[in-house]
Design a binder for this molecule. Structure first.
Ligand SMILES: Cc1ncc(COP(=O)(O)O)c(C=O)c1O
Length: 373
């Protein structure tokens, strides 16, 4: 089945008792134990599993071509589960341009428990030089946040497999519509469902998807169940509902992002534009090979400094100044301000989550803001 069909049908089921076409929301936290001690539907207590979570996990697994998925209450909870699943003392290799929330999690919560290096994972020599005897995981994020760097997933998997190292990919920016890391050999996919899966800036969630039921996956499931960082039945229901339109939303985001990137690249006040769909992107050829579409995110640097970048943001009327991404409305942010004092993000960089407004309106708004800045 194609992804548009999976998105609509894999998370839905008709309710037998009412014949409702869309599944009900099961709010009950607990389920009846039969006289013989059994639980006929397999549900016991909602932290362990819940019908709405099962439906969400079904569609997540199928979208990423995996065999199982685990849903979490946020992307950070999903990421933290991966780090918690590793044996203490494991060395983790991460990208130098990693989502700052997960980078900070490693630095603040896992210091003294795991070892980690933040490096240019796309540079084969640098990557090989950092692999140690206790390296257990390579974490990838491609396209990366906020520099839109592209990592060759197949190449990294090739290096890692030889040394028995697992590869996990944060696929939040791309979504399975644009990129399928498991098909490229990755061992695990991670998502912030808060972004494109939710798609309307009103839900928090996270996900992990596996291509096999391994001991590692069993540990991840155990942390999900015992830790309890799970989404509520309502959240599961609404994320499953949003996913039905994911493939068509993504096509709109991709279309608008490409046109906005091309417009910005030609503007005399712009120093550089970072979007994998531009021929000028340093890893354009890798992106073309491993991505089905180039995604809906872009960053650009204004000629000048922090104040010049902020001036542009403050002149925009349609673009909302806010963090996060993946919603139908266009968001823009001065990323260095969000990331805090130890950021390596250029101070003249603005990150845009390109929404689904008409592209002519977005370009007209950007044009008037740049002309006044
Ligand atoms: C690439 C990426 N990964 C993970 C996360 C964390 O997700 P959440 O905010 O749902 O915890 C984010 C959030 O911005 C993100 O952009």
């Amino acid at each position: 089945m194609k992804i548009e069909t999976i998105a609509i049908h894999a998370g839905n089921h008709n309710d037998e008792s009412t014949k409702a076409v869309i599944q009900p929301i099961t709010l009950s936290t607990t389920f009846v134990r039969e006289a013989d001690g059994s639980f006929p539907a397999g549900y016991i207590y909602s932290r362990s599993s819940n019908p709405n979570r099962t439906q969400l996990e079904n569609v997540l697994a199928k979208l990423e071509n995996g065999i199982d998925a685990a849903a979490f209450s946020s992307g950070n909870a999903a990421g933290m589960t991966v780090f918690q699943s590793l044996k203490p003392g494991t060395h983790v290799i991460c990208p130098d341009d990693m989502y700052h929330g997960l980078r900070n999690q490693l630095k603040n919560l896992f210091a003294g428990i795991l070892e980690f290096d933040f490096i240019d994972v796309n540079d084969e020599t640098v990557l090989q030089d950092h692999i140690k005897g206790n390296t257990g995981l390579i974490w990838l994020e491609t396209p990366s946040n906020p520099l839109l760097k592209i990592t060759d997933i197949k190449k990294v998997v090739g290096i890692a497999k030889n040394k028995n190292i697992k590869v996990a990919v944060d696929n939040t920016f791309a979504t399975p519509v644009c990129q399928q890391p498991l098909a490229l050999g990755a061992d695990l996919v991670m998502h912030s469902s808060t972004k494109y899966f939710g798609g309307h800036s009103d839900l928090m969630g996270g996900a992990l998807i596996t291509p096999e039921k391994s001991d590692w996956w069993a540990k991840i499931r155990q942390i999900q169940e015992m830790g309890g960082a799970v989404p509520s039945p309502m959240d599961c229901y609404f994320i499953t509902r949003s996913i039905k339109t994911l493939p068509y939303r993504i096509k709109g985001h991709v279309h608008n992002a490409q046109l906005l990137a091309e417009y910005l690249e030609k503007h005399p006040k712009i120093e550089s534009v970072m979007h994998p769909g531009l021929l000028s992107h340093p890893q354009y050829e890798i992106a073309k090979q491993q991505m089905l579409y180039f995604g809906g995110m872009l960053s650009f640097c204004i000629k000048g400094g922090s104040d010049d970048a902020k001036k542009v943001v403050n002149k925009l009327k349609l673009f909302t100044q806010a963090t996060s991404l993946g919603g139908v409305e266009t968001l823009i942010e001065h990323r260095a301000s969000v990331e805090g004092p130890d950021t390596k993000t250029p101070h003249n960089l603005l990150r845009v989550s390109v929404g689904l407004e008409h592209i002519d309106d977005l370009i007209a708004d950007m044009e008037q803001a740049l002309s006044q800045a």
